[in-house]
Design a protein around this ligand. Structure first.
Ligand SMILES: Nc1ncnc2c1ncn2[C@@H]1O[C@H](COP(=O)(O)OP(=O)(O)OP(=O)(O)O)[C@@H](O)[C@H]1O
Length: 250
C-alpha cells in the first residue's frame, strides 16, 4: 500500500563562514517577505526550511502545496523523495516514487536522449524488457526525433523538459512528486503534458504537487496545504487553502 509519513521532521541548511553584518543590515533582513526561518549563530547561518512537520498521505490523496517563495515547498518534496535527509524526525515512504523536479536532477547531461531514457527506466527499477516496451512511447511523446542522439546538454530548456517529463510519466508509480513541472515547454506541449499527467494521476495512488499555478492545482488536486516558513499552517480543500494564502500574502 502507498503511504507517505512525516513525523516531527526538521530540515535545516547550514552555511558556514558567512560575513558578519551590521545591526542595520540585520534589521533590514527581518523585513523580508520570503524564505524560510533564518538563524545566525556567529559565522554560521541556519535556514530552517522545514520545522517540526508531521504529514500523513494515503492512497487517493492528491495534495497541492501552496506557499510564497521560500516557504519550503521544494524542500518538502525533496525530503519525501529522500534527497534531503531530515535533521530530526521520521520520514517513511511506502511505494515507488516518480519525480518531476528541475531539469538536471536525475539526468546525465553528457549522455544522449536515448541513454537518458534507459537511465530513467533503470532508476525507476524497471527491467530491460520493461524499458524496451516503453521506449517507443517515450520517443514519440518527446517529439525530439534525431535530437535523441545528441547529449542533452545541447538541448534547449524546453526540449530537456519534454524528455524529462516523458520519462517521469512513462513508468507507473505509486507516489508522484511534481514541483513546478509545467513551467517550460510550448503551449502545444503543455496541453499534451496535462493530458498525460491526468492519465498518470488516475493510475497512481498519491500525488504531491507544488506549484504557483492555481488552475493546475484546482484541476488535479483534491486537497492542499499552506506552508509558511517551513510549517504547515493550514490543510483543507484546494479553494479554501488558496483563499487563505491570498489573505496571508495581502
Ligand atoms: N540547498 C540549499 N541550501 C541552503 N538553503 C536552501 C537550500 N535549498 C533551499 N534553501 C532555503 O530553504 C528555504 C525553503 O526553500 P524552498 O526551495 O523549499 O522554497 P519554495 O517554497 O519551494 O520556494 P519557491 O516558491 O521560490 O520555489 C529558503 O529559505 C531557501 O533559501
Amino acid at each position: 500500500m502507498a503511504r507517505v509519513l512525516l513525523r516531527n521532521v526538521d530540515v535545516t541548511f547550514t552555511s558556514r563562514r558567512v560575513k558578519r553584518r551590521t545591526a542595520d543590515d540585520t534589521e533590514a533582513s527581518q523585513e523580508r517577505v520570503s524564505g524560510g526561518l533564518i538563524e545566525r549563530q556567529g559565522s554560521t547561518l541556519n535556514v530552517h526550511a522545514i520545522r517540526n512537520m508531521s504529514l500523513l498521505l494515503k492512497p487517493g490523496d492528491r495534495l497541492g502545496v501552496v506557499g510564497r517563495n521560500g516557504a519550503g515547498k521544494t524542500t518538502l518534496l525533496r525530503t519525501i523523495a529522500g534527497i534531503y535527509p531530515p535533521k530530526r524526525g521520521l520520514v517513511a515512504v511506502d511505494g515507488h516514487i516518480a519525480t518531476m523536479f528541475n531539469i538536471g536532477l536525475g539526468m546525465n547531461m553528457d549522455a544522449t536522449g536515448y541513454e537518458n531514457i534507459r537511465l530513467a527506466g533503470i532508476v525507476a527499477g524497471k527491467s530491460q524488457r520493461e524499458i524496451d516496451g516503453m521506449q517507443d512511447d517515450i520517443i514519440r511523446f518527446t517529439g525530439l526525433g534525431d535530437y535523441l542522439d545528441l547529449p542533452i546538454r545541447t538541448y534547449s530548456q524546453g526540449m530537456a523538459m519534454r524528455l524529462k517529463f516523458a520519462c517521469a510519466t512513462a513508468f507507473d508509480a505509486d507516489i508522484l512528486l511534481f514541483d513546478e513541472w509545467l513551467g517550460a515547454g510550448d503551449a502545444a506541449f503543455q496541453a499534451r503534458a496535462k493530458e498525460r499527467l491526468d492519465d498518470m494521476v488516475k493510475r497512481s495512488r498519491i500525488l504531491v504537487l507544488a506549484t504557483h499555478n492555481v488552475k493546475l492545482m484546482q484541476s488535479v488536486c483534491n486537497q492542499a496545504i499552506l506552508m509558511q516558513e517551513g510549517v504547515i499552517t493550514h490543510r483543507g480543500d484546494v479553494d479554501e487553502v488558496i483563499e487563505r494564502s491570498k489573505a496571508v500574502n495581502s
